[in-house]
Design a protein around this ligand. Structure first.
Ligand code: UDP
Length: 239
């Protein structure tokens, strides 16, 4: 596995299939592992947010979840083979979990959303074991209760949807005591899987325009998404 740095932030040049294979290996032994889904917003945030940056540095697998990362790598003659969207990786992992019997816990999103996402995953993967669902809260005052719930459910794979950076900080604080083998921050993935939010059409995703679709659906994101042009400028300057 090749670990690149995009504007100083680690990104692993993995395909979806390699990421699944990596999780399979992580389930068999070794310490609990944290997966982060890096995109240009993550990179820009981490550059001015030392605690978030430290979490990204310490993460065991940093999947390339943004077309901008592939472009930035290409400019430096490096290759990230494909974009691996967190939501696509969840579907792939659900299939693997069904085959291998991993117990999956869904933490976060608005009440009812994770349960709706679980129903969709079950329809596609009838044998999938969803061992727990909890809306919870990213607030550290709730850490003890949420991590105890994950532990009690004997989760193997923990998906945390509190949005970045809260979800990734949550995992860094709680992975050990949660008992999960692998945990991944998944942003709005439960909203997408449940159908609460719609993903960009395939042609936009292929052209690396998912961010534009997102901005059109959720215009309140504009301020956060200023990170994208700033990212482009820094990459062009060769920072
Ligand atoms: N969320 C949550 N608790 C919070 C803040 C957010 O459960 O205190 C959930 C929210 O409902 C959504 C996800 O976290 O499902 C964040 O999604 P978003 O698309 O904003 O993720 P990001 O782009 O920040 O990674």
């Amino acid at each position: 596995m090749t670990r690149l740095r995009i504007l100083g932030i680690p990104v692993d040049a993995v395909t979806e299939a390699q990421a699944v294979q990596w999780v399979r290996a992580a389930m068999v032994g070794g310490p609990p592992r944290q997966i982060v889904t890096v995109n240009p917003e993550f990179v820009m945030r981490a550059r001015s947010d030392p605690p978030f940056r430290a979490v990204l540095e310490a993460a065991d697998l940093a999947i390339p979840d943004g077309a901008g990362l592939l472009w930035a790598a290409r400019r430096r003659k490096q290759v990230i083979p494909q974009r691996v969207a967190g939501v696509d990786l969840i579907h792939a992992l659900a299939g693997e979990a069904e085959r291998a019997g991993w117990r999956v816990f869904l933490l976060g999103a608005r009440p009812g959303v994770a349960a709706a996402a679980a129903a969709v995953l079950h329809r596609r993967h009838p044998g999938l074991i969803i061992c727990g669902i909890l809306a919870g809260s990213p607030s550290p005052s709730e850490d003890a209760a949420s991590s105890a719930a994950v532990r009690a459910a004997r989760a193997d794979l923990l998906l945390v949807a509190f949005g970045a950076p809260a979800q990734d900080l949550w995992i860094a604080r709680n992975l050990e005591r949660s008992g999960a083998r692998v945990a991944m921050g998944v942003g709005g993935a439960f909203d997408f899987i449940s159908g609460q939010a719609r993903r960009a059409p395939a042609w936009m995703r292929r052209r690396g325009l998912e961010w534009l679709y997102r901005l059109s659906r959720e215009p309140w994101r504009w301020r956060r998404m200023l990170a994208l042009p700033r990212f482009v400028v820094l990459v062009l300057k060769g920072a």
